[in-house]
Design a protein around this ligand. Structure first.
Ligand SMILES: Nc1ncnc2c1ncn2[C@@H]1O[C@H](COP(=O)(O)OP(=O)(O)OP(=O)(O)O)[C@@H](O)[C@H]1O
Ligand SMILES: [Mg+2]
Length: 305
């Protein structure tokens, strides 16, 4: 799955809050950068957790991270809009516009325009990157959580309804066409085995279908690392029966049983995902006791297998 994803120019990760979208973005981009691909991470979380873990706090301009071939920028709605306007309106006029209270009211009242320019920014970094700047091999976008991300993704497809015909709609149509091109863009869904995460993953998938966008893959995150079987637990119980000095083995058997129950739930949840989403699923294990950067490295190593 990862090899297929890396053939695209943009990978967008969607999923319920807290399922591990940022961690998956970290891992995919680290994996790509290690392969020598010029990789740009676009963070939509204002805390910029990925850049922050490298001690950086980028704005709209890409900054290099302390990892060869890896850059990061912040994809803020308001900032992207101002950046975009900067391309079409002369600077002195723009400064006055930004300072005006009318503009302040306008941007706050126009989430649609902000969402559209976020999508436009991704498109521009691939398709309209100035000739004097080296192109990105890959952009990995850490999209906001479910609802907000779908709102952002939807915008180029409905822009003509919101903004009418004309320049904005024409621009949006190009952006929409870009995101619908399966050779260029991959949209992946991240989930855990938790029921709410699964139900949001399916909702996202159906939301994408409604926009005629395909789900290119699912990252099924935080699965158990346990490898023992029920027979191992039975054996532990058998050797401890009647031997009080082996109480610790009994305790281990109890932990093992809990993990077996967890794995049964995970398999069921995985079955639901596979029945509803016809896309490859990558299983990602839970890696405890690691820093965010170690976690990304452990996940990236998993992708190699
Ligand atoms: N496979 C994993 N193993 C262990 N911990 C993980 C794993 N995946 C994610 N986590 C941890 O879960 C927490 C949430 O992960 P992350 O921040 O990537 O999720 P998110 O979907 O981006 O959340 P948010 O909605 O807040 O942006 C983090 O502390 C992260 O370290
Ligand atoms: Mg996040």
């Amino acid at each position: 799955m990862i090899d297929r994803l890396l053939r695209r120019r943009v990978i967008l990760t969607l999923g319920k809050g807290g399922v591990g979208r940022t961690s998956i973005v970290r891992a995919i981009s680290l994996f790509a950068a290690r392969r020598g691909m010029r990789t740009l991470i676009m963070e939509t979380d204002p805390r910029r957790p990925i850049a922050d873990s490298y001690g950086r706090m980028p704005g709209l301009e890409p900054v290099v991270l302390e990892q060869p071939h890896l850059w990061s920028l912040f994809l803020g709605g308001r900032e992207s809009l101002e950046d975009y306007l900067g391309l079409v309106v002369p600077r002195p006029i723009l400064r006055k516009v930004f300072a005006s209270s009318l503009y302040q009211r306008f941007v706050n009242a126009a989430p649609a325009l902000r969402e559209l320019t976020m999508m436009g920014k991704i498109y521009h970094e691939i398709e309209r990157r100035p000739k004097n700047k080296p192109p990105w091999d890959l952009i990995v976008v850490d999209a906001p959580a479910s609802g907000q991300a779908l709102g952002m993704l939807r915008m180029p497809f409905v822009a003509h309804q919101v903004f009418g015909g004309g320049l904005v709609a024409a621009e949006a149509a190009k952006v929409a066409e870009f995101f619908r091109d399966p050779a260029k863009c991959a949209i992946v869904v991240v989930t855990t085995a938790e029921p709410l995460a699964i139900s949001e993953a399916l909702e996202i998938h159906h939301g994408l279908e409604g926009l005629r966008l395909a789900t290119s893959g699912v990252f099924f995150n935080r699965t158990s690392n346990g490898t023992f079987e029920a027979s191992d637990v039975d054996r532990m119980v058998a050797i401890t029966s009647g031997n009080s000095r082996l109480r610790h083995v009994q305790q281990i058997a109890e932990i093992a049983r809990a993990d077996l129950r967890r794995r049964v739930k995970e398999r069921r949840a995985l079955g639901i995902v596979q029945r509803h989403i016809a896309a490859p699923v990558a299983i990602v294990h839970e890696h405890l006791d690691s820093s965010e950067r170690d976690l990304a490295a452990a996940m990236a190593n998993e992708f190699c297998r």
